[in-house]
Design a protein around this ligand. Structure first.
Ligand code: NAD
Ligand code: MN
Length: 357
């Protein structure tokens, strides 16, 4: 039997609620499959640790995670801790420390879930957004001068490197090639941003030469939001910068019914380091502790994790179980249902155990 070492970091807000749900479903899958087991280690890193010690995670945090096969992450963010501290104190050091440069965000409308777009249902919207996850606008370069004075200046420097852009572009073209439509949309803002973004366009054209069977087009990010809403069937695989894809994928999640169903995988495609799997949403203080957080995004990212670990059959079973339960309208309030997190989780685990799934 194969054993996978999983580091679970539930962290803040609804993070612990959805990670607990995800682990129950993973456990059901492992039992049902019989060919693998997950050895889960829990880490209590997050805002509570910050309040007590001044740091979201220990100084050797990433070194501790190094030995795991994958990281299963909840969410960070607390009302009394500045967001840049929670983000830069835990999630970004892991993504950047492990060079998880491909952030993969699939979006589909699951059966039973109603999109806010009229006349759009399951099958009409089937996208994968590839977010550059190691540089760009979130490089962490910049600074503030003359702090607090009238002449204060703040800079936020977006850094794009040929190596960084080429590798994410290759990843996106390969992913597009593996999907039935073999179609990629490259998103930039190369009219206003003349340097890094123009380089993106040029590198896209270069990489495209190696993928003659992939059709591709280009969009400016502002126009892209319109296309996503007005013509969702015209899109398939999408690649964009760290910031642009962050924004577009929240929109994608909303168009698919709720942020609560949107998953994400932070992948090191070269497999030098552990990759990290998480729901896209944050800690959702408004519903924390109410037992109504939608666990579907976390189930879906758990399926992405199983795929990455080399257990595609279990990953597909997870998604069939989730789709069955959604189709039966066992859903949380954010997607129009009345079920609790635990009721959805129980239904998914029961579906996983069922003979015919
Ligand atoms: P959010 O994603 O936490 O919540 C946005 C809205 O979506 C809220 O109304 C929330 O109730 C709803 N929602 C989110 N996930 C849901 C789920 N699983 N089920 C049902 N409803 C769900 O974003 P926010 O409110 O802008 O941010 C809250 C905190 O989370 C902030 O501190 C922010 O910095 C942080 N954040 C963290 C991450 C992350 O850890 N990756 C991502 C985004 C935001
Ligand atoms: Mn985001």
């Amino acid at each position: 039997m194969k054993h996978y070492k999983i580091a679970a970091i539930p962290a803040d807000g609804i993070g612990p609620e959805v990670i607990a749900a995800g682990l129950q479903a993973l456990d059901a899958l492992a039992r049902r499959d019989g060919g693998f087991a997950l050895d889960v280690t829990q880490f209590d890193w997050g805002s509570e640790r910050y309040r007590q010690t001044g740091a979201m995670m220990p100084a050797d945090g990433t070194a501790q995670l190094r030995a795991f096969d994958a990281i299963f992450f909840g969410a960070v963010g607390a009302p009394d801790v500045p967001d840049h501290i929670t983000l830069w104190g835990l999630r970004l050091p892991i993504c950047q420390g492990f060079d998880q440069y491909a952030n993969v965000r699939p979006t589909r409308i699951l059966p039973g879930i109603v999109s806010p777009l009229a006349n759009i249902g399951p099958g009409d919207l089937d996208w994968v957004i590839v977010r550059e996850n190691s540089e760009g606008e979130y490089s962490g370069h910049g600074g503030r001068a003359h702090k607090g004075l009238p002449e204060e200046v703040g800079t936020e420097v977006a850094i794009f490197t040929r190596v960084g852009v080429t590798r994410i572009m290759r990843y996106a073209f390969q992913l597009a090639q593996s999907r039935p439509r073999k179609f990629l949309t490259v998103v930039t803002k190369s009219n206003a941003q003349r340097f890094g973004m123009v380089m993106w366009d040029e590198i896209a054209a270069e990489v495209a030469q190696d993928f003659p069977d992939v059709t591709w087009d280009k969009m400016l990010v502002d126009a892209m939001t319109v296309r996503m809403v007005k013509n969702p069937r015209s899109l398939d695989t999408i690649v964009a910068t760290n910031l642009h894809a962050d924004i577009l994928s929240d929109l994608a999640g909303a168009l698919a019914g709720s942020l609560g169903v949107a998953p994400t995988a932070n992948i090191d495609p070269e497999r030098r380091y552990p990759s990290m799997f998480e729901p896209i949403h944050g800690s959702a203080f408004d519903i924390t502790g109410k037992g109504i957080a939608n666990p579907v995004a976390t189930f879906w990212t758990a399926a992405q994790m199983l795929d990455h670990l080399g257990e595609p059959a279990a990953a597909q079973r997870m998604m069939r179980a989730v789709e069955k339960v959604c189709a039966e309208s066992v859903m949380t309030p954010d997607v129009g249902g009345t079920a609790t997190t635990q009721e959805v989780t129980d239904a998914v685990c029961e579906a996983i155990r069922a003979e015919n799934i």
